[in-house]
Ligand binder design. Structure first.
Ligand code: FAD
Length: 416
C-alpha cells in the first residue's frame, strides 16, 4: 500500500454487506478500513429472518457458532396467508432433491447478529472505526474515486484516502448518491414498514409467517430469547396516518384483523414501533472507477422474500475478488474487473430480482395471491420449491417458467 493512503480499501458501512466484503478483502491480505456512523451493537429495522444459505456464508466467516451460542430461533420454512384466508406452508427440508446448507433458517435480533458478523471481519484483520459518518466521496483529478470525507464524533470533518471505496452504507447510501449510481425503481411499489418486538404472541411456531390482505402485509417470526419480530408493511399512501402516530397505526392494524388480534391477547410489546421506507432503490451499474456498491446500497429486496441479508452477505463475498483483481492488476484492468462484478451480480441476483417483481405484483393484486395460496395449499411440493428458491438454495429457473407460474397463479381459478 502507498504510505500516504489511509487504507487500501475503505468500506463505508459495517452491516452484513460491509462486514462480509471487509472479511473477504482482509483474508486476501488487503488493508481494509470499515467506517460506520453507528456504535455497535446497533439496531436495524428488519424482520430478522435469514435464509438457510446465509448460514453457509456465516460459517465461512467463522461466526456461525458464536451466533448459535446466542440462541437464535431456527426456522423450518414459511407460511403465507392470502387475502381470502387460505394459507400455504413451505418447508426447507423437503423431497425436491435440493439440500440447503442447513435444513433451517435463522432468526436473530440484528443488535446481536450484526455485531458478531462485524467482529468476524475484525478477526480477519479489518480495521473498524465506529461513530464515523461519511458525508462525501472524494475524487482525484482524473475523476476516479480516491477516498471519503468523514465526520468524527466531535463534529470535525476529515478526508480519508484509499485506492478503492466500497459503498455498503445501506438503503439511503451516501456513496451511491454522491456517485449518481442509485435511483428509484419504477418496477417496485413504494412501501413503508413498521416493526416492533413482542412477547407472548400465541401460536408462533417454527414457520415464519406472512399474512397478506388488500391493505398490505403483516409478518411475524420468533427471533429467540422469548421475542417475536412483528412487521407491518403498507403502501406509501398511508404515510400521513403513520406520521400522525405510528404506534396507534400499528396496533390498530393488528386489532382490526380478528385472526391476528386473537393471537395478541395477553401479548406485550417489548420494543418501540419503528418505521422505515420507501425501499424501491436500485443501481445499474453498481460501480464507478475506484468504487462499488454492495448490499442494500446497490439493490433493495422487498422484505416479503426475506432476501436482503443473504444478498448483502453474498454480495460482499462476491465483490471482494473483483476489487483484488482491480487493485493488483494494471490500471486498465480495473474497468474490466468492475464490469465483471456487474455481470456476476446479474447472474447471481437477476432471477431473484424477477421473482421479487412477480411477488410484488401478487401482493398488489389479491386475485393472484388467492390463486397462489390455493395452488400451494393443494400442492405442497410447489410451496416447498418456492420456499427453497426464497431460501437461496434452489435455482430461480425452477419457478420462473411459464408452467410453474401458470399452475401457481392461473390454473387454481379453474378448479373448484
Ligand atoms: C422492514 C424490513 C424487513 C426486512 N426483513 C428482512 C428479513 O427478514 N430478512 C432479510 O434477510 N432481510 C430483511 N430486510 C432487509 C435487510 O434488513 C437488509 O437487506 C440488510 O440489512 C442489508 O445489509 P447492508 O449491510 O447492505 O445494510 P445495513 O444493514 O443497513 O447496514 C448499513 C450500515 O451502514 C451504516 N451507514 C449508513 N450510512 C452511513 C454513513 N453515511 N457513514 C457511515 N456509515 C453509514 C449504518 O450505520 C449501517 O450499519 C428487511 C428490511 C426491512 C426494511
Amino acid at each position: 500500500m502507498a504510505r500516504d493512503l489511509d487504507a487500501e480499501v475503505i468500506v463505508v458501512g459495517g452491516g452484513p454487506a460491509g462486514a462480509s466484503a471487509a472479511y473477504s478483502l482482509a483474508r486476501a491480505d488487503v488493508d481494509v478500513l470499515v467506517l460506520d456512523r453507528a456504535k455497535f451493537p446497533r439496531d436495524k429495522i428488519c424482520a430478522e429472518y435469514l435464509s438457510p444459505q446465509a448460514s453457509r456464508i456465516l460459517s465461512d466467516m467463522n461466526v456461525l457458532d458464536e451466533i448459535e451460542r446466542t440462541s437464535p430461533a431456527h426456522l423450518a420454512g414459511m407460511r403465507v396467508r392470502a387475502p381470502n384466508g387460505e394459507h400455504a406452508d413451505g418447508e426447507f427440508a423437503s423431497t425436491h432433491g435440493f439440500r440447503p446448507f442447513r435444513d433451517y433458517g435463522l432468526a436473530a435480533r440484528r443488535t446481536i447478529l450484526d455485531a458478531i458478523v462485524l467482529n468476524g471481519a475484525r478477526a480477519a484483520g479489518a480495521r473498524v472505526e465506529e461513530l464515523a459518518r461519511v458525508t462525501d466521496v472524494t475524487k482525484d483529478q482524473t475523476g476516479r474515486v480516491s477516498g471519503v470525507t468523514v465526520i468524527e464524533p466531535g463534529g470535525t470533518a476529515r478526508g480519508l484516502t484509499s485506492r478503492f471505496v466500497v459503498g455498503a452504507d445501506g438503503l439511503r447510501s451516501i456513496v451511491g448518491k454522491r456517485l449518481g449510481l442509485t435511483h428509484t425503481s419504477r418496477f417496485f411499489p413504494k412501501r413503508l414498514a413498521l416493526v416492533a418486538h413482542y412477547r407472548n404472541v400465541r401460536d408462533v411456531g417454527a414457520l415464519g409467517e406472512m399474512h397478506v390482505d388488500h391493505k398490505g402485509y403483516f409478518g411475524i417470526v420468533d427471533v429467540g430469547g422469548g421475542l417475536m419480530n412483528v412487521a407491518v408493511v403498507v403502501p406509501m399512501s398511508r404515510a400521513r396516518e403513520i406520521g400522525e402516530g405510528r404506534t396507534e397505526f400499528f396496533e390498530k392494524w393488528i386489532a382490526s384483523r380478528p385472526h391476528l388480534a386473537e393471537r395478541f391477547v395477553g401479548a406485550e410489546r417489548a420494543t418501540d414501533v419503528r418505521a422505515t421506507g420507501p425501499f424501491a432503490t436500485v443501481s445499474r451499474p453498481a460501480w464507478a472507477l475506484g468504487a462499488a456498491l454492495v448490499g442494500d446500497a446497490a439493490d433493495f429486496f422487498d422484505p416479503f422474500t426475506g432476501e436482503g441479508m443473504y444478498a448483502a452477505l453474498r454480495g460482499g463475498e462476491m465483490l471482494a475478488p473483483f476489487i483484488v483483481e482491480a487493485l493488483r492488476g494494471a490500471p486498465r484492468d480495473e474497468k474490466r474487473a468492475l464490469a465483471a462484478y456487474e455481470t456476476a451480480r446479474r447472474s447471481e441476483f437477476g432471477g431473484k430480482w424477477k421473482l421479487e417483481r412477480i411477488v410484488g405484483m401478487a401482493i398488489a393484486y389479491p386475485y393472484f395471491l388467492n390463486n397462489a395460496a390455493k395452488a400451494l395449499a393443494r400442492r405442497k411440493e410447489m410451496a416447498d420449491l418456492l420456499v427453497g428458491v426464497a431460501g437461496d438454495f434452489i435455482p430461480t429457473s425452477l419457478v420462473l417458467n411459464p408452467r410453474f407460474l401458470f399452475n401457481l397463479f392461473i390454473s387454481p381459478a379453474f378448479r373448484t
